[in-house]
Write a protein that binds this ligand. Structure first.
Ligand SMILES: [Zn+2]
Length: 340
C-alpha cells in the first residue's frame, strides 16, 4: 500500500494504491478509526490478484466517498459476485477503470452518469447485447473496451476512443459502422484490425476523417477465422495507402502494429525511410513524379515483425521540414511492451 501524498496536506489530491487483501483491510481499519483519511482520498487504485473479501472492498469504497479516479482490477472468484458495487455511491467519480464483468456493473454505471473516462476489460457476459448497452453516460469523453460493449457509449463529444473487435471479426468497417457517426470531436482513435482487411485505412477515412491520432493494431492471426494468412497487407498497395492517408487531412500521428516484415532488412533505417516517404508523398520513387505530401502528419511509429510474444522492431520517425528523420528503434521489445 502506498500513499502518494503522505504530507497530510488536506488541500492536495491524495492517492492510494492497494495491492493485497491485507492492505485493503488495513486501509478500512484506518479510515473507520479516522474518517478524514478516507474522505481526503481522491485517487484509488485497487489491484488485487489474490483472494479478497468483497465486504472489505465495499467497506473501503464506502469510506472514500470523494473519489474522483478509481481503478478496480481484481481477481474475482469463478462464481459471480452479484452486487459487488451495488449501493456504492461516489458523487465525484469521473475516471473509472475496471476488469469487473459487465453484467455486474450496470447499477454502478447508472448511478455514476457524470463519468468522463471509462476503461472496461472483457465482457464475460453470455447475454447479447452486452448488459451495459442500455446504460447512458452522456458525459463520457474517453472510452476504452470491447467494441460491442462500448460502441453504445460513443457520442458526439467523444474525444478518445479505443476499441477492440470480437475474436473472429474480419472487417474493420463493420466495427466502425456500429458507431453513431459522424464523430466531429474524435481526436484519437485506436482500433484493431484483421491482417487481411486491406481496406482498414479506407474504413477509418469513411468513418472518422477528422481524427488526429490514429493507432491501428493488427489482430493476432489465431484470433481471425479465415484460414492461412497471406503476407499481403494494405500498405503494400502504396498508391491506395498514401491516398487513404491524405483522406485524413488532420492526421498528425500514425501508429501501426503488424506481424508483417514491412522492410526486407529488419531495422534498416534506409529501407524504413523509403517506405515512409512513399506512404506520405505518394511517390514510388524519390526521383520520379510530383510528391503529394501529407499536410499534417509529423510522427509515424511502426512496430513490425511483431509476434505473439511481442518481439519484432519498434521504430519511430518524425517529420523535419520536408524530410523524415529517424527518432528511435527498439529491437525485440519486452513482453507486454506498451506501444505508445
Ligand atoms: Zn460487455
Amino acid at each position: 500500500m502506498s500513499v502518494v501524498d503522505p504530507t497530510n496536506n488536506c488541500s492536495a489530491q491524495v492517492g492510494l494504491r492497494i495491492t493485497s487483501s491485507a492492505d485493503l483491510d488495513s486501509f478500512g481499519d484506518r479510515a473507520a478509526a479516522r474518517p478524514s483519511v478516507g474522505r481526503r482520498l481522491e485517487d484509488l487504485r485497487v489491484i488485487i490478484y489474490e483472494q479478497f473479501s468483497v465486504a472489505s472492498l465495499q467497506r473501503c469504497l464506502c469510506l472514500a466517498p470523494n473519489l474522483v479516479d478509481l481503478d478496480l482490477l481484481l481477481s474475482l472468484p469463478d462464481s459471480d459476485v452479484p452486487g459487488i458495487l451495488d449501493n456504492i455511491i461516489l458523487p465525484e467519480l469521473r475516471f473509472f477503470r475496471t476488469n469487473i464483468p459487465h453484467a455486474l456493473l450496470r447499477p454502478f454505471l447508472a448511478a455514476h452518469d457524470r463519468m468522463s473516462i471509462l476503461t472496461l476489460d472483457a465482457c464475460s457476459s453470455t447475454e447479447s447485447p452486452c448488459p451495459l448497452s442500455a446504460s447512458h453516460l452522456p458525459h463520457l469523453k474517453c472510452v476504452t473496451g470491447p467494441a460491442p460493449c462500448v460502441s453504445s457509449f460513443v457520442n458526439q463529444g467523444t474525444f478518445r476512443l479505443t476499441m477492440s473487435s470480437p475474436d473472429g471479426a474480419c472487417s474493420t468497417s463493420l466495427l466502425l459502422r456500429s458507431l453513431p457517426l459522424p464523430l466531429p470531436s474524435l481526436y484519437a482513435l485506436t482500433i484493431d484490425f484483421p491482417a487481411n482487411d486491406h481496406d482498414v485505412l479506407l474504413s477509418v477515412v469513411a468513418s472518422c476523417s477528422g481524427v488526429r491520432k490514429l493507432k491501428l493494431m493488427e489482430k493476432p492471426s489465431h484470433k481471425c477465422r479465415r484460414g492461412r494468412l497471406s503476407t499481403r497487407r494494405a500498405w503494400n498497395d502504396t498508391t491506395t495507402w498514401s491516398k487513404a492517408l491524405l483522406g485524413l487531412p488532420l492526421l498528425e500521428e500514425f501508429m501501426l502494429r503488424t506481424t508483417s516484415k514491412l522492410v526486407q532488412r529488419s531495422g534498416s533505417e534506409d529501407e524504413e525511410r523509403k517506405t515512409f516517404v512513399r506512404w506520405t508523398s505518394g511517390l514510388r520513387s524519390a526521383t520520379r513524379g510530383q510528391p503529394n505530401h501529407h499536410p499534417a502528419l509529423y510522427h509515424i511509429g511502426v512496430w513490425y515483425s511483431a509476434d505473439d510474444d511481442d518481439r519484432g522492431v519498434v521504430t519511430h520517425w518524425s517529420k523535419c521540414g520536408q524530410n523524415w528523420c529517424h527518432m528511435s528503434t527498439m529491437l525485440n521489445p519486452p513482453q507486454g511492451y506498451e506501444f505508445i
